[in-house]
Design a protein around this ligand. Structure first.
Ligand SMILES: CC(C)(COP(=O)(O)OP(=O)(O)OC[C@H]1O[C@@H](n2cnc3c(N)ncnc32)[C@H](O)[C@@H]1OP(=O)(O)O)[C@@H](O)C(=O)NCCC(=O)NCCS
Length: 155
């Protein structure tokens, strides 16, 4: 799992913000998608496209001048798809304060770069207890995701 993990660091600049000087939600989603795509491609050594993004909420504004660190990890690989978790941490470099601001799970599908056909992906090997938990939970989330996609509801 470690081999495909990605850390991406961005500085919130004026062009990334709205008129309140807060980071645009779309910009953050773009950064998360890029970090997740790099992690997925590193894992499968192929093109990987976004098939789905689970819930993403914006609970607190991220300010102009903050440092945004995104950590992406392929939690589990299935047949042609992978679940990638992305965790976002925001840092105020003046105070040194850091906090977790957002997380989301992305599903990527590996495609052959020439034919565009879906390609089988190698399995992920979790090592630490934390990685093993991400790996186990990813299967539960996949089942929920696919049930939702196919309109299967369990009460
Ligand atoms: C993603 C895409 C390749 C899936 O192709 P498809 O023929 O519909 O795929 P399938 O139904 O055979 O599913 C392929 C895999 O993706 C998974 N998958 C497909 N849709 C999914 C969804 N909404 N949520 C979770 N997983 C999904 C399937 O479970 C399957 O996984 P597995 O092979 O590991 O078992 C295709 O829909 C596509 O090209 N979408 C556009 C991708 C893109 O442009 N992304 C950028 C967004 S702007």
């Amino acid at each position: 799992m470690k081999e495909s993990q990605v850390t991406m660091v961005e500085l919130v600049l004026p062009n990334d913000t709205n008129i309140l000087n807060n980071l645009l939600g779309g910009r953050l989603m773009h950064w998360m998608d890029i970090a997740a795509a790099i992690s997925a491609s590193r894992h499968c050594h192929n093109i990987a496209v976004t098939a789905e993004v689970d819930d993403l909420s914006f609970n607190e504004p991220i300010r102009l001048g903050n440092i945004v660190s995104l950590r992406a990890s392929v939690n589990r690989a299935f047949n042609t798809s992978m679940e990638v978790g992305v965790k976002v941490e925001v840092e105020n470099f003046k105070t040194g304060e850091k906090k977790h601001s957002n997380s989301a799970y992305f599903t990527f599908v590996s495609l052959d770069s020439v034919t565009g056909k879906k390609m089988p992906v190698p399995q992920v090997i979790p090592e630490t207890d934390e990685e093993k938990k991400w790996y186990e939970d990813a299967l539960i989330r996949r089942t929920q995701r696919l049930n939702k996609k196919h309109g299967i509801i369990h009460n």
